[in-house]
Each structure stands twice: as C-alpha cells, then as structure tokens.
Write a protein that binds this ligand. Sequence first.
Ligand SMILES: [Zn+2]
Length: 245
Amino acid sequence: METITKEQITALVNLQQIEIDTGSIKTNLNNVDRRLEKLDSKLIAFKQVIEEQQSVIDELNQKYRNYEADVRLNLDSIKKSEAKLSSVKTNKEYQSSLKEIEDLKKKNSSLEDDMIEFLDDLEQAEGSLKSKEAEYSELQKQVNTDKEIIHRETEEGKRQLENLDAQWKTICAGIDTALLKTYNKVKSTQNNDVAIIAVIEAVCQGCHMNIPPQMYNELQRGDHLTKCPMCQRLIYWKDTSKRSE
Ligand SMILES: [Zn+2]
C-alpha cells in the first residue's frame, strides 16, 4: 500500500470538488443555446396566434364588403324597377314589378341583419386581437429579461470556470504525480467521476457498504492510500465526532 498524508487526501478531495463544480458549470453553459432557443420559440408561437387572429379579421372584413356590394346591387335594381313602374302598360306588369321590388327589399333587409351580426363578430375578434397583442408585448418584455439573466449567468459561469481552472492547476501542482495518476485512473472507472469518497462510521459513502473492521481501523490512521473493496474508490476516514465541522 502506498503511503499518503492527510494533506494529500485533502488535496485530492478539493481537486475532485473543483472538477465536479467545473462539470456542472460546463453543463449549464452548454444549455444556454437551448434555453435561448426555447424563449424564441415561445415568442414565435405566440406571434403565430396573433397572425391567425388577424387573418380571421381580414376574412370577416372581406365578407362584410361582399355583403355591402350585394346590398348596393340590390338597391340599384330597386331603383331601376321603380323607374320602370311609370312606363308599364298592364296591371299584370305593374303587379309583377311591385313584387320584384318587394322581394329585393326583403333580400336587402335580411342581408343587413347578417351584416349587423358580422359587425358583432368583427368587434369581438378585434377585441381579442388587441388583448393578445398586449399579452405578446408583455411576453416580449419577459423574454428579454430572461435573456439578460441568461447572458449574465453565462458571463458569471465563464468567470467561475477561469477561477476554478486556476485553483485546479494550483492543487494539481501540489499533488504527487503518481498519486494524481492513481486518482485519474480510479476516476475513469467510475461512471459518476467520483474517485475519492469519505467513509463515515465504517460505511463507504460511495457504495454504502460496510468497510471491514481491520481496514476501518487502518483507515482512521490516514497514512495509507486505501480503496473501498466494493466500489474500488479511494477512501478516507471522515471523523463525524467533531461537531465543530
Ligand atoms: Zn465503496
């Protein structure tokens, strides 16, 4: 068994913490683009709702204009028929012209009823568009705020990474090369990258198995490099009897 000092164990534990912190910051930074895209797609989806609403209104307006044109045509026909009344020769012709005028007036009256309904629909659609537009501008503000936060977090993350990297180099320089090699080798075999782990009251905190009593006694001396017989991680004794920690 390799000998080791408590300072070296502490250095390894610190090194590992720096690597874990670095990893989580890098994961956050890698998520930045996805988070920004998500915010943009929220805006795009909302914009689409507004555009759909606008096209409903355009359609209603077009239909309303068509009704107006029909009403105008009927009014022209009524005028012509009324003008014809004075020149008709027989009573039969007179009655049929009157009937024609009556029918056209009925048609227009029903068209005008429809138009009133249309105006109601249009008013409702325009009201709903207005409130959607207001919501959109609120969402835009929120998205801009969120983006600013993400940008600030990104800058902060990059600064933290630089700090951690400097600390990592300093700690690495203080650790014996062979020990560092062992640490990296153990780390590469662990799927969660945890190479060194505390043993508390004879239980390995990596795999939660009990350490054999003899090994636990030796571990408490803290002068030898020891591996957990179950998970093969480097282990060290953590004294929990000292409450001040
Ligand atoms: Zn273990």
